[in-house]
Design a protein around this ligand. Structure first.
Ligand code: PMP
Length: 365
C-alpha cells in the first residue's frame, strides 16, 4: 500500500439494521446512528425514483445537467461552479486528490469529521489535527480556528472546517469563520463542509456560499443525505469558483452520481414542504433529546445539527454494545477522540423515547 494507508483508521459506519436483526433476532430496531432523516425521503423524490427505474440500463447524465441547473437556481450560483459527488464524501475525496500530495498537508480540528484524515492520508499527504476548544474560549470540543491557523504552514494546501461539526454539533459563527477564511494564506483551499446546513436557523449561522466571491479558494460542500433524506442514494455537491470546480470535475469519475440519485435529488430540492417538516421534527427532537439528557444529568454538547453527543462519564463502547442488545443503534465516538461520549441522531419523538428507555435499562436507572 502507498504510505499513509496502514496508518488510517477505517471509517466506522453506523451498524446496519439487518445485521442487528440477524445477530439478536430483535423485532423492533431503532437506528439513531447515522444522522439520517427520521421522516424518510420526500415523496416527490421517491416518485421520481420509481419513474427512473425503467431506465437503469442507460448511463446517468455524467454532467448532472439537470441537477446542477436546479441547484444553481436555488443557490444563485452558476452551474459551472458546482461539482456533484457520490455523497459529499466523494467531493471531499476529490478535493484531496486534486490539491494534496506527498509532502503537502491538510489541517483540520480534533474531533472533526472522520473522512478528512482518510481523504488526506489516502493521497499520501499529512493530516494535521489542531486541538479543539477546551471550553475556556469557545464551545468545548468545537473547532478552535486560531489553533487551526497556527497549524497552517508552507506545505498546507487544504483546511477542512465542518460547520456544524460532526460529531460535536458545534457551530462557528459568521464573524469568526469569516476572519479565519480571510487570514488563510492565498495558496490554501478552504473547505467549509455544510452537510447539516439545511437544519440551520441560529441567527449567527453562516452561509459560506455568500463568501464565494470574496474567497477564490473557498469550497463549500453540502449533501442530500441529511435533511433531504437521500443518504442511501449517495449524492452531495461542492460549490466554489468556476476555476476550482473545473479542476475537481477533471478528476471526477465520469459517472460518479447514479441516475436515481440525480433525479431524486432534483425532485427533493423542489419539495420545500418536506424540508420544512424535517426541520420542525428536528427542532422538536433536539429539544426532546436535550431535555432527556438534562433530566438524567448527562453533559451534552449543544448541537446545531440533527444529532447530539452526550457524555456518559464512563466508557461509551460498552454502553453502545448494551444498547444494541436493546435494539437501539447509536454511535460510539471513541475514534473521534471522545471515548466517554455517544452520539445519538434525532429521531421521531417515539424513537427518542425508545432510546431513553433503553438507556435507562442499560444503566440500571
Ligand atoms: N460531512 C459531514 C460533517 C458529515 O457528518 C457527513 C455525513 N456523516 C458527510 C460530510 C458526508 O455525508 P455524505 O457523503 O452522505 O454526503
Amino acid at each position: 500500500a502507498v504510505p499513509g494507508i496502514r496508518g488510517l483508521t477505517p471509517y466506522q459506519p453506523g451498524k446496519p439494521i439487518g445485521e442487528l436483526e440477524r445477530e439478536f433476532g430483535l423485532e423492533r430496531i431503532v437506528k439513531l446512528a447515522s444522522n439520517e432523516n427520521p421522516l424518510g425521503a420526500s415523496p416527490k423524490a421517491l416518485e421520481m425514483v420509481r419513474q427512473i427505474l425503467g431506465g437503469t440500463h442507460l448511463y446517468p447524465d455524467g454532467s448532472g445537467f439537470e441537477l446542477k441547473a436546479a441547484l444553481a437556481e436555488k443557490l444563485a450560483v452558476e452551474p459551472a461552479q458546482i461539482v456533484l459527488g457520490n455523497g459529499s464524501n466523494d467531493v471531499l475525496d476529490l478535493v484531496a486528490r486534486v490539491f494534496l500530495a506527498p509532502g503537502l498537508n491538510a489541517v483540520y480540528s480534533e474531533h472533526a469529521f472522520a473522512v478528512y484524515p482518510i481523504a488526506t492520508q489516502t493521497v499520501g499527504a499529512a493530516g494535521k489535527a489542531a486541538p479543539a476548544h477546551d471550553g475556556s474560549r469557545g464551545p468545548r470540543f468545537g473547532h478552535d480556528l486560531e489553533a487551526m491557523l497556527e497549524r497552517v504552514d508552507a506545505h498546507t494546501r487544504v483546511v477542512f472546517v465542518a460547520n456544524p461539526n460532526n460529531p460535536t454539533g458545534t457551530l462557528l459563527g459568521r464573524s469568526e469563520l469569516h476572519a479565519f477564511l480571510a487570514a488563510l494564506p492565498e495558496r490554501v483551499i478552504a473547505v467549509v463542509d455544510e452537510a447539516y446546513f439545511e437544519y440551520a436557523h441560529a441567527p449567527d449561522h453562516p452561509n459560506a456560499l455568500e463568501w464565494l466571491g470574496e474567497f477564490p479558494k473557498l469550497i463549500v460542500t453540502r449533501t442530500f443525505s441529511k435533511a433531504y433524506g437521500l443518504a442511501g442514494l449517495r449524492v452531495g455537491y461542492a460549490v466554489s469558483g468556476a476555476e476550482i470546480a473545473d479542476l475537481l470535475n477533471r478528476a471526477r469519475q465520469p459517472f460518479n452520481v447514479n441516475a436515481l440519485a440525480l433525479a431524486a435529488a432534483a425532485a427533493a430540492l423542489g419539495d420545500v414542504e418536506f424540508l420544512e417538516a424535517t426541520v420542525r421534527v428536528n427542532d422538536a427532537g433536539l429539544a426532546r433529546l436535550e431535555a432527556g439528557f438534562r433530566t438524567r444529568n448527562f453533559d451534552y454538547i449543544p448541537s446545531a445539527g440533527n444529532f447530539v453527543s452526550f457524555d456518559l462519564a464512563r466508557p461509551g463502547a460498552p454502553v453502545y454494545e448494551a444498547l444494541l442488545r436493546e435494539g437501539v443503534i447509536v454511535r460510539p465516538v471513541g475514534n473521534y477522540g471522545l471515548p466517554n461520549h455517544l452520539r445519538v441522531s434525532v429521531g421521531t419523538a417515539e424513537e427518542i423515547d425508545v432510546f431513553f428507555a433503553a438507556l435507562d435499562r442499560v444503566l440500571g436507572r
